[in-house]
Design a protein around this ligand. Structure first.
Ligand SMILES: Nc1ncnc2c1ncn2[C@@H]1O[C@H](COP(=O)(O)OS(=O)(=O)O)[C@@H](OP(=O)(O)O)[C@H]1O
Ligand SMILES: Nc1ncnc2c1ncn2[C@@H]1O[C@H](COP(=O)(O)OP(=O)(O)O)[C@@H](O)[C@H]1O
Length: 201
């Protein structure tokens, strides 16, 4: 809910549709959710490179990066995670309005928070990608050494250890990074986007 009153929406003279036409592809928010170490960053970085080669205008938003700036006043309580996801959802929506394909990679552990982002956009604009990976595999990978710290009790409220992760019920795409290579996961997403008309002619 807005705290401000007496504010009036001001329309632009260039529409989203006109921006999309100029770019030659649809806008979309590709929302990566999954455990720490599941591969959200790795897959989204390689997917962006692939989309760029195909002439798609992209931008990537990543939990670690956004928490250095826009969201540096938020921690990892359920309330702060909800606010993190709400703000990133609003930024993703602005980017969709600008005609971009945004790749948003956040643990986003709560189904309700992700569904609230979905509700912010047009139905076909939100593509939820569940980056699925067994917790044990994530823990073995431990690319930042955070699981080790969480197990040692040095980090409290770590997702998957002593904080919840709610799997998506009906994601548009599930990539299983403990069964398929990065290249295969990227191809699966590109194929979905092509088959569903996101990438233009
Ligand atoms: N308590 C706790 N739980 C989970 N993750 C933690 C925590 N503390 C720090 N980190 C680091 O923060 C990154 C997750 O940030 P997100 O913004 O994606 O989290 S969330 O969507 O708000 O849940 C996450 O990055 P990824 O490993 O890329 O997922 C971690 O590096
Ligand atoms: N199929 C795969 N997809 C994504 N990452 C993989 C895969 N196989 C192994 N990895 C490795 O797993 C780690 C995933 O880390 P990262 O992308 O930072 O995860 P997240 O962003 O979800 O925390 C990386 O070290 C990556 O090289």
């Amino acid at each position: 809910m807005s705290k401000a009153s007496n504010i009036v929406w001001h329309e632009s003279n260039v529409t989203k549709e006109e921006r999309q036409k100029m770019k030659g592809h649809s806008s979309a928010v590709i929302w990566f959710t999954g455990l720490s170490g599941a591969g959200k960053s790795t897959v989204s970085v390689d997917l962006e490179k692939e989309l760029h080669k195909l002439g798609v205008h992209t931008y990537r938003l990543d939990g670690d990066n956004v928490r250095h700036g826009l969201n540096n006043n938020l921690g990892f309580s359920a309330e702060d995670r909800a606010e993190n996801i709400r703000r990133v959802g609003e930024v993703s929506k602005l980017m969709a309005d600008a005609g971009l394909v945004t790749l948003s990679a956040f643990i986003s552990p709560y189904r309700e928070d992700r569904d609230n982002v979905r509700k912010m956009m047009n139905e076909q604009e939100f593509v939820e990608v569940y980056v699925k990976c067994d917790l044990g595999v994530c823990e073995d990978r431990d690319p930042k050494g955070l699981y080790k710290k969480a197990r040692a009790g040095e980090i409290k409220g770590f997702t998957g250890i002593d904080d919840p992760y709610e799997e998506p019920n009906k994601p548009e795409i599930t990539v299983e990074t403990d069964k398929h290579s990065v290249e295969e996961c990227v191809k699966q997403i590109v194929d979905y986007l092509k088959q569903n008309g996101y990438l233009g002619e």
